[in-house]
Design a protein around this ligand. Structure first.
Ligand SMILES: Nc1ncnc2c1ncn2[C@@H]1O[C@H](COP(=O)(O)OP(=O)(O)OP(=O)(O)O)[C@@H](O)[C@H]1O
Ligand SMILES: [Mg+2]
Length: 419
């Protein structure tokens, strides 16, 4: 009987915990918001209208922007000598004055992206992520590799049954292998004989310093991808596009809108135009991706961090097997003995990294807690090995490794990403 009257403490406690959790979330989001406001400000300040000088008359010139509008602008004395009809003019934000002169557009390469031919990363370099990699491979290998495509067409005889090429979105916390996986597709197909390029761009890079140029940059990127095809076109930080578009009322915002439209157009061209170009987007913040762009994602793949002790050990072992390790702590296959790993696990297991993301329209909700990323582990092994070699030691000792894990712990014990 007494039980029935007992006050319900646990739910209140739960609520309190939840409250603290939400407060922390708000705090985090506020910092994020500030960061993005600052970024946006920088972006806007850095943007200047640019156009072709069509006519020069005394102290004024007629300048046509890439959007088609022409402006009668004044030429201040400091640029007077440089202004003529064979250059482009950079205008003040109000478009009243020429502030600088640059080479004519068609002579100038806007982007200096590096196309990596046959990158040296392969499927066997990716630890864990079996399911995720398979999903990625299924979505894009046939776009790049004629042999895979032929096999597909042999099984799916009616061409109307063949799915259209679509883009893929990889999302997840930093350092879990998104870029690496995308690169491994190009690397592995290349190794099997079909040379495939990897073209990576950061979305922030396509947003041009020059107003009206962002859409042109997109065109150029896709053109370059087609010219180097088969190509894995990897568009990183895809959230930046949606983020910037929220400011659509400003000139800068309109420019980003134009850029987004251009991306949608390019993606909409389909397989026959973008022949052998597989487009992969990646982000840590999927909820910020523009809905129109999200609609184009044929596949959305969550790339999770390793979570269990075994998963963490597997990645660490993988990297340790590539360097010389103290024989007393390593097994015949190069992995750490359980005792040696226990020492490391004790140090890191209380770290609390949280990743939360949701894409409501696709029914995707992710909440993960983990202690360390593959990127951190790889860095630790690299650092331990280079310290050992610097000290003239023949191998990496457990002390070197544990010290680095401990330092990692003190830098940032708790971190959380919410999208
Ligand atoms: N699953 C994995 N297996 C083996 N190595 C990995 C794995 N994930 C990451 N790495 C290592 O960590 C490095 C960083 O990974 P990557 O650049 O792919 O991270 P990312 O997910 O793209 O992160 P970000 O969101 O910060 O761009 C890789 O170069 C690779 O060496
Ligand atoms: Mg990356």
């Amino acid at each position: 009987m007494a039980e029935q009257n007992a006050p319900e403490y646990p739910p209140a406690l739960e609520l309190e915990k939840e409250l603290t959790r939400k407060e922390r979330q708000i705090e985090y989001l506020q910092t994020e918001l500030r960061r993005y406001h600052n970024l946006m400000e920088e972006l806007k300040q850095g943007m200047r209208p640019i156009g072709t000088v069509e006519e020069v008359k005394g102290d004024t010139a007629l300048v046509r922007l890439s959007g088609g509008q022409a402006f009668q602008v004044s030429i201040p004395p400091e640029v007077r000598d440089k202004v003529n009809t064979s250059v482009d003019a950079v205008l003040s934000p109000t478009k009243g004055v020429i502030v600088d002169v640059i080479e004519r557009m068609r002579d100038r390469s806007l982007l200096e992206y590096q196309v990596e031919k046959a990158p040296k990363v392969f499927y066997e370099d990716i630890v864990g992520l079996g399911k995720e990699l398979l999903s990625l491979r299924q979505a894009i290998e046939w776009i790049l590799d004629p042999e895979t495509r032929t096999r597909r067409e042999q099984i799916i005889r009616d061409p109307r049954m063949l799915e259209e090429a679509g883009s893929v979105l990889l999302f997840g916390p930093p350092g879990t292998g998104k870029t690496y996986m995308a690169k491994a597709v190009a690397g592995t197909i290349s190794k099997h004989g079909q040379h495939t390029s990897f073209l990576k761009i950061e979305s922030y890079e396509i947003v041009s310093k020059w107003l009206g140029e962002s859409a042109k940059n997109v065109k150029e990127v896709f053109k370059l991808a087609r010219e180097s095809a088969p190509t894995v076109l990897f568009i990183d930080e895809a959230d930046a596009i949606g983020r910037a578009r929220m400011e659509a009322t400003t000139d800068a915002g309109r420019d980003v809108q134009g850029m987004l439209n251009q991306i949608l157009t390019e993606l909409g061209e389909g397989f026959h135009v973008n022949r052998n170009v597989a487009v992969i987007f990646a982000t840590n913040y999927p909820s910020v991706i523009d809905p129109a762009l999200m609609d184009r994602m044929k596949r959305i793949i969550y790339v999770p961090p390793p979570k269990t002790r075994e998963e963490v050990k597997r990645i660490l072992d993988f990297y340790l097997s590539k360097v010389e390790v103290d024989p007393s702590i390593s097994k015949y296959d190069g992995g750490l003995t359980e005792e040696a790993f226990d020492e490391i696990w004790r140090i890191i297991r209380s770290r609390r990294q949280v990743y939360e993301a949701s894409i409501p329209d696709r029914g995707i909700i992710v909440k993960d807690q983990y202690v360390i990323t593959p990127r951190d582990m790889k860095n630790i092994v690299q650092e331990a090995a280079s310290e050992a070699s610097f000290q003239g030691e023949p191998f990496v000792t457990i002390d070197r490794v544990t010290t680095l894990f401990r330092n990692l712990g003190s830098e940032e014990r708790d971190s959380r990403i919410v999208s």
